[in-house]
Design a protein around this ligand. Structure first.
Ligand SMILES: [Cu+2]
Length: 182
């Protein structure tokens, strides 16, 4: 719901901006106090302007389809297991806490109250993946753990006084641990 409000607000503001440009452009055509050299300059400028708009439009169209949000559903329905994650003041709830190296995990991340940041840190406290945990919205974060160990989930967005205690440890087991070959 909030997503669509933001979307329509953006469309409206873009429309206002376009209207302002159109008005300024229309007014500028009325001025005739410049000589023929300047007229020529304006023609060149118009050519560059249209070229620039076309180039930017093309770049936008090409890059929009590559946004990660576009593939969220594809990821969630693909390989690997799905783990539902809920952020709340002040904890992380995971529907499944068993992880293994090499297994694809699709975290479906949401929030029960305010916006949190879902960040996964490895044993060296390096951030390996993150997404926002938003109320009434689910972000899918797909990762494959490549080494075993104790990882930490920290909140990356200040969510009030208990923000710093939103830490959850998860253990990633080595691949084929059952074999005990060594
Ligand atoms: Cu927080």
């Amino acid at each position: 719901m909030y997503q669509s409000i933001a979307w329509y607000a953006t469309l409206f503001l873009v429309f206002l901006l376009a209207l302002a440009f159109a008005i300024v452009y229309g007014e500028s055509r009325k001025l005739k106090e410049y000589g023929p050299i300047q007229e020529q300059g304006y023609k060149i400028r118009k050519f560059w302007f249209i070229g620039l708009v076309a180039a930017m439009g093309f770049a936008t169209a090409m890059s929009l389809t590559r946004l990660p949000y576009h593939n969220q559903h594809a990821n969630a329905q693909g390989n690997g297991k799905v783990v539902d994650v809920t952020g709340l003041q002040y904890a992380w709830q995971l529907s499944d806490e068993n992880f293994t190296v090499g297994e694809q995990v699709n975290f479906r991340v949401t929030s029960q109250d305010v916006t949190h940041g879902f960040g996964i840190y490895d044993e060296n406290l390096q951030l390996i993946a993150q997404t926002q945990a938003m109320p009434e919205y689910t972000n899918t974060l797909t990762i494959t753990f490549d080494k075993p160990g104790t990882y930490k989930i920290l909140c990356l967005e200040y969510c009030s006084v208990g923000h710093h205690v939103m830490i959850k440890e998860i253990v990633v087991q080595p691949e084929g641990e059952m074999n005990h070959d060594k």
